[in-house]
Design a protein around this ligand. Structure first.
Ligand code: BG6
Length: 517
């Protein structure tokens, strides 16, 4: 059989035509003050400020929007802005020119001091009052870009100084919202305690638990592909789908975050949140509407149907690995057992998915940077042209949802190779967003910050699904933390060979990771 597929996507074979003019545009958010705790940290410089800068360039921010940094360092607002300028320039999606930076810098304000110190909040109150006088109408978004252990300190002080208040649900958007970063807790118990604690200060409708994967265009498109086309949904079930792979492979290592990573590991860092969220979007039932709660209800429902892992599953259907040079990284113990790679098989006990295995894999320092969902369809029941295909095995169709890079969708299927014999070859039909729509793809944080400023929680995690995701990975965490046995893999490889053996035992193999794709 001729294989004419290449995982390197060719330029798009499909042209995107944007139907209906003009393009629907969401309303601008209300004026707001965005208060970033941990404003001088890595996330703020690499993601949050560049995202806000791009939103300003796109004209998407409410007017006025005030960006108020809070951090330990004592800077004036001008000094803080100058510190952030090179980061915004480096990580911004769009180019910075003098004029655009000056405009952005004029939106920036800053308060410095220890998070446990009342003086910081007295100062913050003055700055928020000044923002209100400029026209932010008392709307506040507090972004807690700090470790979860600091959340209670900040929330207690914000409440004490009357900077947050509990919203009474009445259908209106709460004036005050709180964004919290992942990982949300360390395990089920601590996540529940954290939820209880935050719930003491603000209502669930005010809590925006961020998982930046949900802000990726390609992740959002999973629902549009499934529910905006009538051709996929009839095939989207156990009768037609053989198995599903969800991969998040990175080529980078832990990037100097040794202390954080030693506490976290890949299961907490990627699988508990990003991959289980993607799996829930791929597997959920049709929601009653595209509203926040209807979508979140279905996601939560399917996570409840995922079968709990038993000790036997952890032993036979889960694999942990660690890249060879991990223990040489700063802040990492010389005998660390923390996994930087994990592969896990989940089953879903529902009418739609009974018997279909879902293989999730994530890791650092792997051969290729790729995040994708591969939906492998069943083989044909009878090969009619065996003889002519001269011993070749017909490969079943695979639908690939490529989250990143080369964002797009491809379908691999067989076709006749032109000629007098019935020879079959695999072909790949590919759509890339870049070619199809010729529009830049916004960064996930841009979309998520904008949604929070608008008061739309659809792309944020609700408490029930966060809890359930912890429950699902808990058995693996418990076994792995109690028993050493991480498998070392070479930097730049496809992960530990045991991950291949795990798939092989079930008669499957992972989609290959191809370096430099
Ligand atoms: C973060 C993890 O949530 O996601 C990082 O903490 C990881 O370890 C990152 O590198 C990957 O995000 P992306 O968008 O590059 O796939």
């Amino acid at each position: 059989m001729t294989d004419v597929t290449s995982r390197k996507p060719p330029s798009s074979t499909i042209t995107g035509e944007i139907l209906g003019t003009p393009l629907a545009k969401k309303k601008k958010p209300e004026p707001v003050a965005v208060v970033i705790f941990g404003a001088t940290g890595d996330l703020s410089g690499r993601k949050l400020l560049p995202a806000l800068f791009n939103l300003m360039l796109d004209g998407s921010l409410g007017e006025p929007t005030v960006i108020l940094g809070v951090s330990r360092q004592s800077y004036t607002p001008q000094q803080f802005a100058e510190q952030m300028k090179p980061k915004v320039a480096e990580f911004s999606r769009q180019k910075m020119d003098g004029g655009s930076w000056d405009k952005f810098a004029s939106m920036i304000d800053y308060c410095g001091g220890e998070f446990g110190d009342d003086a910081v909040y007295l100062e913050l109150k003055k700055h928020l009052d000044a923002a209100k006088a400029k026209g932010t109408k008392g709307n506040r978004v507090f972004y807690l870009s700090v470790p979860p252990s600091v959340f209670p300190i900040i929330l207690e002080k914000l409440e004490k100084h009357k900077l947050i208040e509990k919203h009474v649900q009445d259908g209106t958007v709460p004036a005050c919202r709180v964004i919290v970063e992942k990982p949300f807790g360390r395990d089920l118990k601590s996540a529940r305690a954290l939820n209880e604690m935050i719930g003491g200060y603000v209502d669930e409708s005010q809590i925006y638990r961020i998982d930046h994967y949900l802000g990726k265009e390609t992740v959002q498109n999973i629902l549009v592909l499934r529910f905006g086309n009538s051709i996929f949904e009839p095939l989207w079930n156990r009768n037609h789908v053989d198995h599903v792979e969800i991969t998040a492979a990175e080529t980078i290592g832990i990037e100097g975050r040794g202390t954080f990573y030693e506490q976290t590991g890949v299961v907490r860092d990627i699988i508990q949140n990003h991959l289980l969220q993607v799996m829930s979007l791929v597997t959920m039932e049709v929601p009653a509407s595209f509203g926040a709660d209807d979508i979140r209800d279905e996601k939560s429902q399917v996570l409840r149907s995922v079968r709990n892992l038993t000790l036997n599953d952890v032993a036979n259907h889960c694999v942990r690995g660690q890249y060879r040079t991990y223990r040489d990284e700063d802040g990492v113990a010389k005998d660390s057992q923390v996994p930087t790679f994990a592969a896990m098989r989940f089953m879903i006990d529902s009418w739609r998915w009974q018997g279909v295995p879902f293989f999730l894999r994530a890791g650092k320092k792997l051969a290729e940077r790729v995040t994708e969902v591969n939906i492998h369809f069943k083989s044909v029941p009878l090969v009619l042209f065996k003889e002519e295909a001269a011993g070749s095995v017909l490969q079943p169709a695979v639908l690939t949802l490529r989250i990143q890079p080369h964002e797009g969708i491809s379908l691999r299927f067989v076709a006749k190779v032109p000629g007098e014999h019935i020879n079959v070859g695999n072909v790949l039909m590919t759509m890339t967003y870049a070619d199809a729509f010729k529009r830049p793809i916004a960064e996930a944080y841009e979309r998520l910050l904008l949604d929070c400023m608008r008061g739309d929680a659809t792309l944020f995690n609700r408490r029930d699904s966060v809890d359930r995701a912890w429950e699902l990975i808990q058995p693996a965490l418990q076994v792995w933390e109690a028993t050493p046995g991480v498998h070392i893999y070479e930097d730049g490889s496809a992960g530990p060979p045991t991950a291949d053996e795990m798939m092989g035992r079930e008669g499957y193999s992972w989609t290959e990771l191809i370096p430099g794709r």
